[in-house]
Unconditional design. Structure first.
Length: 594
């Protein structure tokens, strides 16, 4: 049964979208922690049209205080909380996809929660609402999926708590998920994040008006609004970064807004938080806040790569999740980037296709909702959904010999992959298992927009995400001279790849020698361009290796040299080994193994 939801009995919703529908599930819902909900109502909204095959559907999962109204349905509709991402022609294109967003179980915006009537007593559940988990939330969404006639989600997309839901979908129902997109999220909350939730719940549950959770028959003035507002104020601080708060409040820190409030407003940040807290009490239920934060706090995929790999392994079953997209934000201290990297490392270790980007942003945790940041990560989501850049890649001079040295069909890990030119060409040649590693954000986005799996990772950390001999070939293209921990990385490459292909600039070739001898300046050659064409004060080159230096490193690490190609990139000719390549070649490619 699907119908329009009515207003909640207690009047706590200030606004419900006219586009919100309700799916009523009369069959009992067994809960993960025990107990049963006799029936469940799920409030949801949709955009676009489901195709005949039922395979163009995208599920949007909202964060703690969100709801089903993720985007506008037209110019006359109220704004949605993810308008910049969802809509006609946007990254999640409602002209192509049938987009669904539901209010979570335990919520107060159309889905069964503590404020709903207990069919046994005829009274609101209140504190008697059973304990729920993320898995229970996903179970309700799974029922909605079946009700709507959807066979498999093209993608499940969510940020924060929504990211937790997306990860739960990938592991609990891998056959139902094409792509898992998890933004600003984590495999579990840090102890610090847990602490903030504990304080928020304490503020609510110790409010004199809480009445043990049974406050629904009380007048509005006797609701636990003070505790709920404080919980929201505290939470709001965690959603911002120090930089964002400085920019927002320092200019007028001693000029607070003149608002009517019982909360302190001596400073601008005080009046802002008071406004946010009191506004929140008009649209949210205190018991729902308690129930949902507890569900989020209970979510735990484990700690460490082995535990996470075990938790994520179901996603890789035959017919399971095609790929993952994980995005973190540099100033998010609630769900810090290291937690996203933990998930990515576990997926990479399992050989699950994954793209990861850490977006540089001053926005803190809320960055995933902000239009400037959406403009950066939106193309990554669009690529996962099939809007891939197919422009022919322009190969670098060293790419041609590298391509020649990679066996047909080999799995390849390309370190310093740039915008994915080499990987795109390998894909065109029919290679299937291709992964890039890059640290420059624009290049990551460009590579991912080509539909390539690329991971934002600092090569100075080595390659701990990857297993021994995980790839047939590991490539380091024109990046050797910019790596700090080169010996460590070289040994890691030998460990991870059965063959290692390194292309590098030779800083001992004659043009640089002559320039240094005649002009007495740091190695630079405008003629050669590329790695050489940088002034000494702003060069990315941390060292200036020669061919002799690299061959000596191969010998010191007791590696085996299989092939070597030496090039004069200006003339395009190859330099024979007997023709002194250390003098006459400006580029080199070597193939080695452990």
């Amino acid at each position: 049964m699907i119908h329009k939801p009515g207003k909640p009995h207690d009047g706590r919703l200030a606004w419900v979208s006219d586009h919100t529908q309700a799916a009523v599930f009369d069959q009992p819902l067994p809960l993960t922690l025990g107990g049963v909900l006799p029936a469940v109502v799920c409030g949801y909204e949709t955009w676009g049209t489901l195709n005949v095959a039922g395979d163009n559907a995208v599920l949007i999962c909202h964060a703690l205080s969100g709801d089903a109204h993720a985007a506008r349905h037209g110019v006359d509709d109220a704004p949605g909380w993810w308008d910049a991402l969802i809509g006609p022609g946007k990254a999640i294109d409602t002209d192509r996809f049938f987009v669904v967003c539901s209010n979570v179980l335990g919520g107060c915006r159309g889905t069964t929660g503590p404020g709903s009537l207990n069919p046994v007593t005829g009274l609101p559940w209140g504190a008697d609402f059973p304990a729920i988990t993320l898995a229970d939330m996903v179970a309700v969404q799974h029922r909605l999926m079946q009700r709507l006639g959807i066979g498999r989600w093209r993608a499940v997309v969510g940020g924060s708590l929504g990211g937790h839901q997306a990860l739960n979908w990938a592991t609990a129902h891998p056959d139902c998920v094409g792509h898992c997109v998890a933004l600003a999220t984590s495999p579990r909350l840090t102890s610090q994040a847990l602490a903030f939730d504990v304080i928020g719940r304490n503020a609510i549950q110790t409010d004199p008006q809480f009445h043990g959770g049974q406050y629904y028959d009380q007048p509005k003035v006797a609701q636990p609004d003070t505790g709920l507002a404080i919980a929201r104020m505290l939470g709001h601080i965690t959603y911002l970064s120090s930089e964002a708060m400085e920019a927002k409040f320092d200019v007028d820190r001693n000029r607070p807004r003149d608002i009517a409030t019982a909360f302190e407003k001596r400073f601008s940040v005080g009046s802002y938080l008071a406004h946010q807290g009191e506004k929140f009490t008009q649209r949210f239920d205190a018991n729902s806040y308690v129930a949902i934060t507890l569900a989020m706090d209970r979510f735990d995929m484990g700690r460490g790569r082995e535990a996470l790999a075990q938790a994520l392994s179901p996603a890789g079953v035959a017919g399971g999740v095609e790929s993952f997209l994980v995005v973190s934000f540099s100033t998010d201290w609630l769900f810090p980037p290291r937690q996203s990297r933990d998930v990515v490392n576990a997926l990479a270790h399992l050989n699950h296709p994954v793209t990861y980007a850490e977006i540089t942003s001053p926005g803190g945790h809320d960055a995933f909702l902000l239009p400037p940041e959406i403009a950066q990560y939106g193309p990554l989501i669009a690529a996962k959904l099939g809007r891939v850049t197919r422009d022919p890649p322009r190969l670098r001079p060293t790419d041609t010999p590298v391509l020649e040295l990679i066996p047909a069909g080999a799995s390849v890990l390309d370190l310093g992959c740039g915008s994915g030119r080499l990987l795109a060409e390998l894909r065109r040649r029919g290679h299937e298992r291709l992964v890039g590693v890059e640290v420059a954000q624009p290049k990551i986005i460009a590579a991912a927009a080509r539909g390539l799996d690329v991971i934002d990772y600092d090569l100075n950390r080595g390659l701990p995400a990857f297993a021994d001999d995980q790839f047939d070939v590991v490539v380091l293209s024109a990046t050797l001279q910019s790596v700090d921990e080169l010996v460590h990385l070289f040994r890691e490459m030998l460990r991870v790849g059965r063959r290692v292909v390194i292309s590098f600039a030779n800083f001992a070739h004659k043009a640089l020698r002559e320039d240094y001898a005649k002009n007495g300046r740091s190695p630079r050659s405008d003629r050669a361009g590329g790695a050489y064409d940088h002034p000494w004060h702003s060069t990315p080159n941390r060292r200036f290796p020669s061919i002799v230096d690299v061959l000596s490193l191969v010998e010191e690490c007791r590696a085996t040299l299989h092939e070597a190609v030496y090039l004069d990139s200006v003339s395009g000719r190859r330099v024979a080994a007997e023709d002194d390549p250390n003098l006459n070649a400006d580029l080199a490619v070597v193939v080695v193994s452990e």
